[in-house]
Design a binder for this molecule. Structure first.
Ligand code: 3HC
Ligand code: NAI
Length: 712
């Protein structure tokens, strides 16, 4: 066995690792290295190799202890998610971990990088843990619709107590090494070479003759757990957990850890873990995990393009969106300059930003120190010469083509070559904006969602001339500022708003046919949307859309069905929440159904000669989802979206589509694309050409296929 020279960072650098689990002896300590790039996910190779190495350790007379470490600058990011839903070849992770705990020689886990899910569960089964301060330790399974299933719910409470374990497993949020030390998950921090530190720690334990510390046998931290914490957690989160399974199962399992012997708690954990693994929401949430990563892959952007991180940014316009976009840069550590033409507008914008940060501080989601640091990264100017050296500029001025073209002409003159020139337009043609510059290849849509500092989605919109390099860099900077980017083609509404227009239209028609806004909203909320369409419209304000409809009236095809309900409501001066009345009436933010609106809708139906009927909640959900799917399929067919899953990512991260339902296109696959097409055809016959079935969908079904992927 080759031993690396003293002083190397790792015992087993990747280039000399030949197996998934490497065993070698260094300084009298067995070093077991887990190596499954890129994140050392636990697959059969890791499970079997770990089990075998533990056996080898027991038989190896040359060593008295072992260090367990990860290759690839990380520990282990958990079970291999690609294996979910498939039968797993033996051994199980639980078998490997039981063998680790039963080892007669101490095993020290050395943690750096991601120590997540099954990765942390491996570490918890070691006798001791050392970590670097920046390591990320957590049990994020809940976000995949499952729960820790290899002893995590039983061992973590035994190290940190029931309440803290419950918090950590329910939130799924990792802690760093320093916090893990404070919580008692980690026994020592290593400053510098992790392997050397871990070996020194292992030798110290042996020299001191410390007895083995077996996590599953510890009782003192769970012995006196307050039984109320479990019911309290459920009560506090009931609204957030609506429709979800795994948080409830986590509570059950942690409660078992605090009340039952380890073996019984572990048996319960395995039983409920399997229930979560078998649930449809696990399938949807796992799908979303990969869909989010897939969305960042653009066919004509080379996979090896690894753009340098953006170091400085500029934003034009300090309004609602500009302020939020600037905050997103500042929050990610990037200095940002905001430009307006007038100082008063800058002052007003900065005051709004300060107000937003102050609210975060008062809610406890940001500390005062963080707020000061972030605000310190935001500066303002009225002088274009001051922003020319920024790596990226995002324009967020009024939604007006002439104004935007003027801004881009100026940017063309001042920005350094190679800067990303982004526009946050929601409705305008990117090419018309790009073509006023001498560098249309550098111009790209960056459609943020409101509030831009909170919403995860950025729809990046490629113009006809946008270069693949700029696209790749824009996708990368979107991730750098913590967003989930999707690439869209340049069309009216891009991906998200184009689908929203189609489903909004059907909701309006449903009103005329017999439904009420509150029935539709309740039905959509029942499906899992946090807010129904009409509540959303009222919140966003109805007047902007009304003004756009008034402008577009001249181009409207008068042969197509058109619902005047929204116009009638605006004519009454009801612009939504901000005027105290819209589809609903309001006291503050509290909406109540309004008989006046119901009467208005009934009158519209009568004026149009539509006989109102009883509309079922099931019809509402099916009609809304089918129209989303049909429009989505057209968008993919036209190449506006690269793949169907990008539509799901857009809807989950930008439009509140319930993540555990996986997005509209995933939903359609679960129902059966043939069944959804049959519905669309029936609506087409009944409602006319708005419902013309998407060619892509027709083709897939005609070929007897069942997945959007079969179209490619
Ligand atoms: N299984 C399989 N593949 C994984 C994976 C996993 N657990 N974690 C990451 N990957 C893959 C990604 O799909 C991606 O593949 P690609 O390059 O082909 O797209 C690649 O690894 C790199 O991942 P990211 O692009 O996400 O890289 P980042 O550096 O941005 O993030 C990460 C790394 C924080 C580890 C992030 O990938 C992550 O959160 N992974 C999932 C962690 C997790 O949920 N673990 C729990 C799994 S469930 C479990 O352990 C069950 C157990 O209790 C029994
Ligand atoms: P806003 O009216 O709140 O802000 C616009 C700001 O731009 C104002 O502060 C104004 O003073 C400034 N401005 C106008 N002309 C300028 C110029 N020539 N130079 C510099 N600054 C100038 O508008 P909002 O809502 O922030 O919208 C901005 C852009 O974002 C629009 O293109 C809009 O379509 C888009 N958008 C808006 C969303 C929203 O929910 N409000 C969502 C997504 C995109």
């Amino acid at each position: 066995m080759q031993t690396p020279p003293a002083g190397t960072l790792r015992a087993a650098p990747e280039e000399i690792l030949v197996s998934t689990v490497d065993y070698r002896v260094i300084d009298g300590v067995a070093v077991i290295t887990l190596n499954n790039p890129p994140v050392n996910a636990i697959d059969q190779g890791i499970r079997a190799g770990l089990l075998e190495s533990v056996g080898r350790l027991a038989a190896d007379d040359s060593v008295k202890s072992a260090v367990l470490i990860g290759a690839n600058d990380t520990f282990v990011a958990g079970a291999d998610i690609k294996e979910f839903g498939k039968p797993l070849p033996p051994p199980t992770t639980i078998e490997s971990l039981s063998a680790m705990e039963a080892s007669p020689k101490p095993i020290v886990a050395a943690l750096a990088g991601n120590t997540l899910g099954g990765g942390l569960e491996i570490a918890l089964a070691a006798h001791w843990r050392v970590a670097v301060a920046k390591a990320k330790l957590g049990l994020p399974e809940v976000s995949l619709g499952i729960m820790p299933g290899a002893g995590g719910t039983q061992r973590l409470p035994r190290l940190v107590g029931g309440a803290k374990a419950l918090d950590m497993i329910l939130s799924g949020t990792p802690v760093n090494g320093t916090k893990a030390l404070e919580l008692g998950i980690v026994d020592e921090l290593v400053d510098g070479d992790l392997l050397a530190g871990a070996i020194a720690f292992a030798r110290k334990i042996v020299a001191e003759g410390r007895p083995l510390r077996v996590t599953s046998q510890l009782q003192d931290k769970v012995a006196n757990t307050d039984p109320a914490i479990f019911a309290d957690a459920i009560k506090k989160n009931e609204k957030k957990w609506k429709g979800l399974l795994s948080p409830y199962k986590i509570v059950e399992a942690v409660q078992a850890a605090c009340t039952l012997p380890f073996a019984e708690g572990a048996a319960l954990e395995l039983k409920v873990y399997r229930e979560t693994q078998a649930s449809p929401q696990r399938k949807a949430l796992t799908y979303m995990f990969f869909a989010e990563r897939e969305a960042a892959k653009i066919p004509d952007v080379p996979r090896d393009l690894k753009p340098a991180p953006v170091k400085s940014a500029a934003v034009i316009g300090a309004g609602t969106m500009g302020g939020g976009i600037a905050m997103s840069f500042a929050n990610a550590g990037i200095p940002v300059k905001i430009l307006e033409l007038k100082q008063e507008a800058l002052d007003a914008g900065l005051a709004r930003i300060k107000g937003n940060y102050a609210t975060s501080v008062s809610r406890g989601s940001t500390t005062q120190a963080q707020m000061d640091e972030r605000l310190g990264r935001i500066s303002t100017t009225t002088d274009y010469a001051q922003i020319g050296d920024a790596d990226i500029v995002v324009e967020a001025v009024f939604e007006n083509m002439e104004i935007k073209q003027g801004v881009f002409k100026t940017l063309d003159g001042v920005m350094k070559q190679g800067a990303i020139l982004g526009t946050n337009t929601s409705t305008l043609d990117i090419d018309q904006i790009a073509n006023v510059t001498k560098r249309p290849q550098d111009v790209i849509g960056m459609h943020f969602f409101s509030p831009a500092n909170v919403m995860k989605l950025v729809e990046n919109v490629r113009g006809a001339k946008t270069s693949p390099e700029i696209i790749g860099r824009t996708m990368a900077v979107s991730k750098q500022i913590g967003k989930v980017p999707v690439l869209a083609g340049n069309c009216d509404g891009f991906i998200g708003n184009r689908i929203l227009a189609a489903y909004g239209r059907e909701c309006d028609f449903l009103l005329e046919e017999g439904a009420t806004p509150w029935q539709i909203d309740t039905a959509l909320q029942g499906f899992g949307f946090p807010m129904g369409l009409f509540l959303m419209r009222d919140m966003a304000g109805l007047d902007v859309g009304w003004r756009i409809r008034q402008y577009r009236e001249q181009f409207r095809d008068k042969n197509q069905r058109y619902s005047p309900v929204g116009d009638r409501i605006c004519e009454l001066g009801r612009y939504g929440q901000k005027t105290g009345a819209g589809y609903y009436k309001y006291e503050g933010r509290n909406a109540t159904p309004d008989p006046e609106i119901e009467a208005l809708i009934v009158k519209v139906s009568a004026d149009l000669g539509i006989e109102r009927r009883k509309v079922s909640d099931e019809e509402i959900v099916w009609r809304v989802l089918s129209v989303m799917v049909n429009e989505g399929a057209k968008i993919v067919g036209e190449g506006i979206a690269i793949r169907a899953s990008d539509i799901d990512v857009t809807y989950v991260f930008g439009y509140g589509f319930p993540r555990h339902q996986g997005g509209p296109m995933f939903w359609a696959e679960q129902q059966g694309l043939d069944k959804v097409l049959a519905k669309i055809r029936a609506y087409h016959a009944e409602q006319g050409d708005n419902w013309k079935p998407a060619e892509l969908l027709e083709k897939i079904v005609a070929a007897g296929k069942s997945s959007w992927k079969d179209a490619v």
